[in-house]
Write a new protein. Structure first.
Length: 318
């Protein structure tokens, strides 16, 4: 059964009626094809109208949709001969960060992803996509490995942020994130990152200090979550919709600010409604970015990447 968000209630009611009519047809042989067709057209029109004017807060809800494809879905769907690699060679493995080697459209690549999990068991296993220091140190290890063997890097980012627990701070969370960002900026190979859901704070940029940063149409990317921002500014997480507006965390805002390079359109109603379509779209866009980068040498890639991120502070756009 499809999960509907709060603002999708009118759409849910129409789709519920369509399902009831279908069941009635199956049970009694009544032909209601014409009525179903009218309702389907009405539901699609309402869906199109609703998603054409989503607020930043509503986009945040879509970015977190439980049925939205996760990093593991993109790896499973786009990467052949996937070989996962585990551990940071210092403390432990972190299931919140997926890492490994494989082939993307026939080209050997290194792959990173923050994985939230889909059900209760997998969410707990992956710590809801919130990595600990060992996760970022694993990412750094894989990026350095990619540089050593000349493998392009692809990452899929979907995290509310780094794990904020005391034990993570005790093990050097800030330093681990900084080292991961440093490894991304210093990699002598092409690097393409895609924000597939939430891109939260340093926990996201640790896997997205890339030559090209792509973002799904209804993804979000921000220094802090709307709830976290509201709790700090208004002492009340209920002000999250207002915070989302102020944070300018949507793909459209970030493209205007030149903080991302391209927006990948999603299927009508969000990526969760058609996994195959969004995987194909991401595959095309990532390859279109990756292919020209593979013609550049390591020194040029590093210099351009450095300049790209330095330029973000010089635009003066507010």
């Amino acid at each position: 059964m499809r999960h509907f968000l709060e603002f999708e209630k009118p759409i849910a009611e129409l789709e519920g009626k369509i399902e009831e009519l279908r069941r009635a047809t199956d049970a009694g042989g009544i032909d209601v094809a014409e009525e179903v067709g009218k309702l389907r057209d009405k539901a699609e029109a309402l869906l199109r109208q609703t998603y054409a004017k989503l607020t930043p807060w509503q986009k945040a809800l879509v970015a977190r949709h439980p049925e939205r494809p996760k990093a593991a879905d993109y790896i499973r769907g786009l990467i052949e001969e996937w070989t996962p690699l585990a551990g940071d060679r210092a403390f432990a493995d972190d299931a919140a960060v997926l890492a490994g080697l494989g082939r993307f459209r026939g080209r050997a690549v290194a792959v990173l992803g923050t994985e939230k999990g889909r059900d209760t068991e997998s969410r707990v296993k992956h710590n809801f996509g919130m990595a600990r220091p060992e996760g970022y140190r694993k990412a750094k290890r894989i990026m350095e490995l990619a540089g050593r063997f000349g493998l392009p890097i692809i990452s899929f980012v979907d995290t509310a942020g780094a794990f904020p627990g005391i034990e993570a701070e005790a093990r050097g969370q800030a330093e681990a994130i900084a080292r991961s960002i440093e490894a991304g900026l210093d990699a002598p190979v092409p690097f393409v990152a895609t924000i597939i859901g939430e891109g939260g704070s340093g926990g996201a940029i640790a896997l997205a200090a890339a030559d090209r940063v792509l973002m799904l149409e209804h993804a979000i990317y921000s220094v802090i979550s709307p709830e976290g921002c509201a709790s700090i500014l208004w002492r009340d997480a209920a002000n999250a919709p207002q915070a989302a507006e102020a944070l300018r965390l949507t793909a459209e805002d970030l493209r205007k600010l030149a903080l991302i390079d391209a927006i990948i359109p999603e299927p009508l109603g969000g990526a969760h409604r058609d996994h195959a379509m969004i995987l194909a779209a991401v595959s095309r866009q990532v390859w279109d970015c990756l292919e020209p980068l593979m013609a550049l040498d390591g020194a040029t890639l590093r210099a351009r990447r450095r300049e790209k991120f330095l330029e973000m502070g010089r635009t003066g756009v507010v």
